[in-house]
Design a protein around this ligand. Structure first.
Ligand SMILES: [Zn+2]
Length: 346
């Protein structure tokens, strides 16, 4: 059976934010909704059910790219639910939190917060899917084994034991397995979220929220200071290897992906098609589009890879539609600019 048969793709269409301006002499653009996409891949053999969450912090590229690579992997046992780009707006901006730190919003979030629908949708997915474990993937600062205040190269647990979850014991297994194959060693950080004094804020984080809701959860952190993106992704794979053994997940080409990350990162370039007043136009790199006043522009498709999006330069990234008269746009693949266009009114 083709692996595509195993991929069930679903998404939640979220609210749109529109900036109104009383002007039909300008141009009006509607950008596609930034969906909270999740991907379910399932092996023929019964095994564990693991939820991988990437991209809560938008500038942690190794974390979201590692989760994204697994979407196309050949799973043979167990099932993975993968949400690679939880905070897509921050990924496009390549900042930790475009609307503040999303990983402090799981206990409470205002309905006015632009992150509201993403946080609530993620919580709903977790409560309805009820995975055996949630793994929240990050790239932290520095190296935890060299600096007590660094989070990079670590497995973060909220307690040694929480309810019937043996968090330290499992993290220890994962750490020992990973340390057989990584150059920069992995440590365990216990934040004592519920019993200690120093990391009370972790109760607001995803893993703290999961544990309180009876779902086992861990954070894994590569280091932002590793030399290459490939090293960061490899560190994530090294830690996931141990988790996959614990939770009975088997992926046929897991080692092949881990050993050839750069090969798997080469993807086709996006193709951008705009709809201008009902007419479809494919737009090329550096093209200057001259559009008559009052026109309505929509993005028909960006045929490329997950994470491709049309980003207006210098405009609030929470906006879905707005008026303008002359603006540059970047076609981005996550943090990376692939090509740029200019749209101006004539
Ligand atoms: Zn992070």
């Amino acid at each position: 059976m083709n692996r595509r048969d195993f991929i069930k793709f679903s998404s939640l269409v979220l609210f749109s934010t529109t900036a109104f301006a009383k002007s039909d002499s300008k141009l009006f653009i509607k950008l596609p909704p930034k969906k909270l996409n999740y991907y379910h891949i399932k092996g023929k053999q019964k095994g564990g059910r693991v939820l991988l969450i990437g991209g809560i912090h938008g500038n942690e590229i190794g974390a979201y790219k590692a989760s994204d690579l697994l979407i196309d992997s050949e799973i043979t046992k167990g099932e993975l639910l993968i949400i690679p780009r939880t905070n897509f707006t921050s990924i496009l901006a390549n900042v930790r939190g475009y609307n503040g730190d999303m990983n402090r919003k799981f206990e409470n979030i205002s309905e006015q917060d632009p992150d509201y629908y993403y946080v609530e949708a993620l919580k709903n997915i977790i409560l309805s899917y009820k995975p055996d474990v949630v793994i929240s993937m990050h790239d932290g600062y520095g190296f935890a084994n060299k600096n007590k205040r660094a989070w990079g190269q670590s497995i973060v647990i909220d307690e040694i034991v929480y309810k019937n979850f043996k968090l330290y014991k499992n993290a220890r297994f994962v750490m020992d397995e990973a340390n057989k194959i990584v150059k920069n060693k992995i440590s365990i950080i216990n934040t004592k979220t519920f019993s200690g004094f120093y990391h009370q804020e972790q109760k607001k984080a995803l893993t703290g929220w999961c544990l309180k809701n009876g779902i086992e959860a861990y954070c894994i952190e590569a280091s932002k200071q590793l030399e290459s993106l490939e090293d960061k992704i490899y560190t994530h794979f090294a830690m996931l290897k141990g988790f996959f053994e614990l939770y009975k997940i088997e992926i046929k080409n897991f080692d092949d992906i881990a050993e050839n990350i750069n090969k798997y990162l080469i993807l086709k370039k996006p193709r951008l098609v705009l709809d201008i007043n009902g007419r479809k136009i494919e737009v090329k790199n550096r093209e200057i589009l001259k559009v008559k006043r009052g026109s309505v522009i929509e993005v028909t498709e960006i045929d490329g890879h997950r994470g491709d999006y049309l980003v207006p330069r210098g405009v609030n990234l929470n906006w879905r539609s707005f008026h303008f008269s002359n603006l540059n746009f970047d076609i981005k693949r996550d943090y990376e600019k692939i090509f740029s266009i200019n749209i101006k009114r004539i």
